[in-house]
Ligand binder design. Structure first.
Ligand code: ADP
Length: 554
């Protein structure tokens, strides 16, 4: 087709016409928006069409124009006949790029089906649903689309109200995230709660079982037993306690047990009890408890503390063992020892006298071999005498009758005498005198020499290979220490704690030497009676240093 040629004048005319049309169109749009017109003409595919709002009034249109929602009306072909400025703003376009365009232009592929479905329904009945809209920059906006048909003079149009759900969705999303977090926290808390409940249930069960175990155990031992708090109050007694005392729980709980202790034993019991509570060391004391019938029986009390991981005492577990029968046996034995040693002493003294009588004969009258026998008999008699003396001492200690006179004792003399004596009895040993001269103490020289001789006898007995023995004095402030050191078998830590007890002997067959385990017990009593201290320093296999310390006379 030949292109139509226009003259310059024609083109100017055409341009002027078009400008007028444009202005008219703009005026129309403004007029509609401001409610000045009730009808509008739209140029569709099949020419111009005139649309008139049937019940339109100005207020209504202004209202729509000012609405926060997008409002559009569509014809059957989904062409936008009317749009308020809010919808155009939502699409980020001027109104003229919205009106007259197909609504699908603003519907992304994602929402195409949903949109179609809503529109189809909307022509028949009111409906609403969520769809996405896309603007010219391809930004998606979630919207709630409400459809209602509108009766216009020219036919029915479909009115759409579009509510921007962006903020709502964001808020919903935030709410959902928060909700999820809350749910998660709730689940975690619930789980923790269940775990906690399980643990508590387990612990309670454990506690119940262990308490039942403890009760079963404590009610089925022959001893009386109790538990007390760190402060000293008793909070549990076993059945034996109630059987023995004949009291009810409330009567002896807390500190009530003091009424059961024999009045003569109460001070010592309290002293040991309070010391144990203060130091956390094992409590041990012998005392008499009053039975339900009013009689008293001796008991050995022991309590051990139960400590937590921080070494703090939780409570004490104590037992009281009836030792009345053992005590009686012991007393009978002590009595027997006392009588027996006394009885033995008399014939021994006469034996000694007769031997002396025999030795007083002239040398030539006694055959040499008989003289030898006499010497051997003398040694045996001396040994027997020492043994009987020790036995007598033990029974005197038991009866509380170990008595002697007190005077001033020169220690260097004491040591010198003991060494002379020892040299005589043990000529094959070397005694090293390291005593300072002029040291004096208050005491009984005979008894102190007895202690020193006991140390020396032991040093010899338990040091068969190395024959060197050192006797030494050392001073410190107001005390003096006298010690006897040997380089023999020595003692272990456990043995060291026990050797000062009555009749205790180290039970090691390898090193067994004759003796009854009385020497150190008597020595301890003597030194205690002198207000002194007795002790030993030793290492197994390396020898031992036995010592006593006494206040110095200055
Ligand atoms: P014993 O008559 O048995 O020697 P003691 O009371 O004098 O009685 O001593 C008690 C125990 O102490 C001994 O049986 C011995 O085991 C141990 N003992 C004493 N002195 C020493 C020492 N110097 N070296 C090693 N062990 C010793």
């Amino acid at each position: 087709m030949e292109p139509v040629k226009h003259t310059y004048e024609e083109i100017v005319l055409q341009n002027t016409e078009l400008q007028i049309q444009l202005e008219e169109a703009n005026d129309t749009i403004d007029a509609i928006r401001n409610g000045q017109v009730d009808a509008l003409i739209v140029k569709g595919d099949d020419g111009h069409q005139l649309y008139t709002l049937k019940t339109a009034d100005q207020t209504y249109r202004v209202f729509i124009e000012k609405m926060n929602e997008g409002a559009v009306t569509l014809n059957r072909d989904c062409v936008i006949l009317y749009s308020n400025s809010r919808f155009a703003a939502m699409m980020n376009l001027p109104l003229e790029k919205v009106i007259g365009f197909k609504f699908e232009t603003f519907v992304p592929e994602l929402s195409a089906n949903k949109f179609k479905e809503l529109i189809d329904t909307g022509w028949n009945e009111d409906c609403k649903g969520e769809i996405l809209l896309t603007n010219k920059d391809f930004q998606l906006t979630p919207c709630l689309m409400s459809c209602t048909t509108l009766d216009l003079d020219e036919g029915t149009a479909l009115s759409l109200i579009l509510t921007d759900l962006t903020h709502q969705k964001e808020a919903e999303w935030e709410l959902k995230v928060k909700n999820d977090q809350l749910l998660e926290a709730q689940n975690a808390a619930e789980k923790l709660n269940y775990e906690l409940e399980d643990t508590v249930r387990e612990r309670t069960k454990d506690l119940l079982i262990s308490r039942e175990h403890f009760k079963l155990l404590s009610n089925n031992i022959p001893q009386m037993s109790w538990t007390n708090l760190p402060g000293g109050e008793v909070d549990f007694y076993n059945q034996q306690w109630f059987n023995y005392t004949g009291r009810r729980y409330g009567e002896t709980a807390g500190w009530g047990w003091q009424q059961i202790v024999h009045p003569d034993d109460l001070a010592l019991t309290m002293d040991k009890y309070m010391t144990a509570l203060k130091t956390g060391n094992i409590f041990e004391v012998e005392n008499r408890y009053r039975r339900w019938d009013g009689t008293y029986r001796w008991h050995l009390n022991r309590a051990v503390p139960l400590k937590d991981e921080k070494n703090e005492i939780i409570f004490w577990v104590g037992t009281a063992t009836d030792i009345e029968d053992q005590k009686k046996e012991m007393e009978r034995k002590d009595e027997f020892i006392g009588i027996a040693s006394h009885e033995l002493k008399t014939p021994l003294t006469s034996l000694k006298g007769y031997l002396q009588l025999i030795t007083s004969y002239k040398k030539e009258e006694i055959p040499p071999v008989v003289k030898q026998y006499i010497e051997k008999a003398s040694v045996a008699i001396n040994k027997l005498q020492r043994l009987i003396n020790d036995l007598l001492d033990v029974s005197k200690i038991q009866a509380g009758r170990l008595e002697y006179a007190i005077g001033e004792v020169d220690l260097s003399n004491l040591i010198k005498n003991s060494i002379e004596n020892a040299n005589h009895i043990y000529p094959q040993y070397e005694f090293d005198n390291q005593a300072q001269p002029g040291l004096r103490v208050e005491g009984n020289a005979e008894r102190l020499e007895q202690v020193l001789m006991n140390f020396i006898n032991n040093a010899v007995k338990y040091s068969q290979v190395n024959k060197q023995i050192i006797l030494k004095t050392e001073t410190q402030d107001h005390t003096v220490r006298v010690s006897v050191t040997d380089f023999g078998i020595g003692l272990s830590d456990a043995q060291r704690e026990k050797i000062f007890e009555r009749f205790y002997r180290v039970e090691d067959k390898k090193f067994m030497a004759s003796g009854l385990g009385m020497g150190l017990y008597i020595s301890t009593e003597i030194i205690n009676n002198h207000n002194g201290k007795i002790g030993v320093e030793s290492e197994l296999g390396k020898g031992a240093t036995f010592y006593f310390e006494l206040p110095r006379v200055l």
